[in-house]
Write a protein that binds this ligand. Structure first.
Ligand SMILES: [Zn+2]
Length: 87
């Protein structure tokens, strides 16, 4: 079982959290005209990296805040957690 350090609450058991996806995906700018393929890529397609990855997690059973986790997908080592607006 992983322990994840919520930037608001501190270390908690993984079962209090929910994975929210790739944190490096950027929504296309609202004023920009994009193709259907660019929109499909944004909505449906994600990389499945091996190694260090930046992810979104939700503290569902705690403060209910979203935050970023830098984690290794092979070893599950967590390098860093940060608030959404932080680096
Ligand atoms: Zn929390």
């Amino acid at each position: 079982m992983l322990e994840i350090k919520c930037p608001y609450c501190g270390k908690r058991s993984q079962n209090e959290f929910s994975y929210g996806g790739d944190a490096s995906v950027k929504r296309p700018a609202l004023e920009k005209e994009i193709s259907d393929k660019e929109w499909d890529d944004f909505v449906y397609f994600r990389k499945n990296p091996r190694g260090k990855h930046l992810e979104l997690w939700h503290h569902v059973s705690g403060c209910r805040q979203w935050f970023k986790v830098s984690r290794d997908t092979t070893t599950h080592e967590i390098y860093k957690t940060s608030k959404i607006n932080e680096e």
